[in-house]
Write a protein that binds this ligand. Structure first.
Ligand code: ATP
Ligand code: MG
Length: 245
């Protein structure tokens, strides 16, 4: 059986942790891995309900995520965490506890995260600070400590989601966490997999609208994983509906 591990994402809000976590999860599930995503937002609604954003509460939140990740990992599962986890010492504490710990730094300049402002929180934080209230928002009025020795650094302001996923899978492979041939068999399965006509049509429409034939378009518009996106493009090309040139 393949070894369990924790894939620990860290980075500013809007840096791409959840996006990458979900995309990698899709690929690992296609390889037959049992996994759970411990995403910051969801954890705060359940496991850490009631905790705030003080240093102490943030530490408790991250320790709880680490503890659950540890349980999943020691039973051979894959735990993928996607909380900001701004403090280096608590991440390192979890690294020690879990052992099979692969840290991914979703690196993105604050200005770019703020431009993306996926949840509108940067705007709120700026307003709170201007009003003299503060919000303890990471990057604005609370610190973010960059990892010193992350196994993987994905610069999400310069690369695509698909590039990031590939970097992560390659590293997991190099570290011996993926079964030999798992990637090949996932590709093989994808090639023979039944694809609903509806999905093919959506893919064709999305590619035409974007004016380019690239897996990236499908990752973004259809929320499918890289393998499925590549497969959809192959199918459409086989049917002469898109051109790979
Ligand atoms: N290379 C990339 N990798 C990941 N996300 C990217 C990339 N390029 C652009 N993005 C976009 O950046 C945004 C990242 O948002 P996401 O919700 O994943 O961030 P997050 O780190 O989970 O934030 P939070 O901590 O607030 O949950 C998405 O809209 C995503 O489409
Ligand atoms: Mg997120």
């Amino acid at each position: 059986m393949a070894k369990g591990f924790t894939l620990w994402f860290t980075g500013l809000s809007g840096s791409g942790k959840s996006t990458l976590a979900n995309a990698v999860a899709q690929e690992l599930r296609a390889q037959g891995r049992l996994l759970d995503i411990l995403d910051g937002d969801v954890v705060r609604q359940h496991l850490s309900k009631g905790l705030g954003f003080s240093k102490e509460d943030r530490d408790t939140n991250i320790r709880r995520i680490g503890f659950v990740a540890h349980l999943i990992t020691r039973h051979g599962g894959v735990a993928i965490t996607a909380a900001i986890s701004p403090y280096r010492n608590i991440r390192d504490e979890n690294r020690k506890l879990i052992g099979d710990f692969v840290e991914v730094y979703a690196k993105c300049p604050l200005e770019e995260c703020e431009k993306r402002d996926v949840k509108g929180l940067y705007k709120k934080a700026r307003e709170a600070v201007a009003a003299g209230k503060g919000m303890q928002f990471t990057g604005i009025d609370d610190p973010y400590e960059e990892p010193a020795n992350a196994e993987i650094v994905v610069d999400t302001s310069t690369c695509t989601v698909q590039d990031g996923v590939k970097m992560i899978l390659d590293k997991l492979h190099a570290l011996g966490y993926l079964e030999e041939g798992a990637q090949a068999s996932a590709d093989h399965r994808a090639h023979h997999e039944y694809v609903p006509e509806e999905l093919l049509k959506k893919a064709e429409a999305a590619l035409k609208k974007a004016g380019k034939v690239h897996t990236d378009v499908l990752l973004k518009e259809l929320h499918v994983g890289f393998t499925t996106a590549a497969h959809l493009i192959d199918r459409l090309a086989e049917q002469g509906k898109v051109s790979l040139k």
